[in-house]
Design a protein around this ligand. Structure first.
Ligand SMILES: [Zn+2]
Ligand SMILES: [Zn+2]
Length: 274
């Protein structure tokens, strides 16, 4: 197979650049679309090889298309990652200093929380004590909207979570600045921000919600896979992710990273907390 980058690769990269992040099924459909449009050889199972050709070209630019898992739907996604900067200064071209400080504080709140969320109320309180320049309530809401639009945060009913893009981009950074707070999912071994934690204090393993759903599916008497204590949390349903993947590539840019499952997953979590 040719390792040269062709028009099909360039088209794929352009879509990645405008989207920032796409699901793996979107990537497969995009791969096919790009090859067909430019008359390039297409092999369904070779999407990762196709991406590795692009990654080889991106290396001198300190860019990389990296795969990671969504904590919302448990599916794989690809994000275009800036490797030159590992911390949140990679966002600095798009945001003012006080906006970045707000993002940092939001990330602190989310990582420090048990379930990987921060409420808009808590974030608004932070905005009042920014050292760079305070943000008013309206300004804060506007900036939070921008974080969601730019796919750094997800928001449902005033609860904010780190997006798939954010986790893929910032994993290394978060491991560095929160070494004691960041855990790996016991089931899939990926970084886990949103999840359930074993209530046995000497165990305390964490499992992503989609991994909990899959792992405990059909078990009436769930036990921790590490310490074997009873798993006290409510087990979310395994979501059936219909192939709402791209039939036509034109819809790619419009699709959000948060699948239709998100609200029900959060609903489960809320009911448990209240
Ligand atoms: Zn997991
Ligand atoms: Zn346990």
């Amino acid at each position: 197979m040719s390792r040269q980058m062709g028009d099909s690769h360039r088209r794929f990269l352009q879509t990645m650049m405008s989207n920032g992040v796409i699901s793996s099924s979107q990537a497969s459909a995009l791969h096919r679309h790009c090859c067909e449009t430019h008359g390039a050889h297409y092999s369904q199972e070779k999407v990762e090889d196709f991406i590795s050709v692009i990654n080889a070209q991106l290396q001198p630019l300190f860019m990389h298309i990296r795969k990671g898992m969504s904590e919302e739907d448990g599916l794989d996604y690809f994000a275009l990652v800036n490797m030159a900067k590992t911390d949140i200064t990679k966002m600095s071209s798009d945001y003012a200093d006080n906006e970045l400080e707000l993002f940092r504080k939001t990330m602190d709140l989310i990582v420090d929380s048990e379930n990987g969320t921060a409420s808009s109320t808590d974030i608004l309180n932070c905005a009042d004590s920014l050292q760079t320049k305070k943000l008013k309530k309206k300004e804060t809401e506007h900036v939070l909207n921008k974080f969601v639009q730019d796919k750094w945060l997800n928001e449902i009913e005033g609860e904010y979570t780190l997006s798939t893009r954010c986790i893929i981009e910032m994993e290394q950074h978060m491991r560095t600045i929160y070494p004691d707070l960041i855990k790996r999912c016991f089931v899939c071994h990926n970084i886990a921000i949103q999840g359930q934690i074993c209530e046995n204090a000497v165990c305390g393993i964490k499992i992503h919600l989609p991994c909990v759903a899959r792992y405990f599916k059909g078990r009436t008497d769930p036990h921790c896979p590490s310490c074997n204590d009873f798993w006290t949390h409510e087990i979310p349903e395994v979501q059936q992710y219909s192939s709402q993947t791209l039939q036509s590539q034109s819809s790619c840019a419009k699709e959000n990273t948060a699948g239709p499952s998100t609200s029900s997953t959060l609903a489960t979590r809320r009911s448990r907390r209240s």
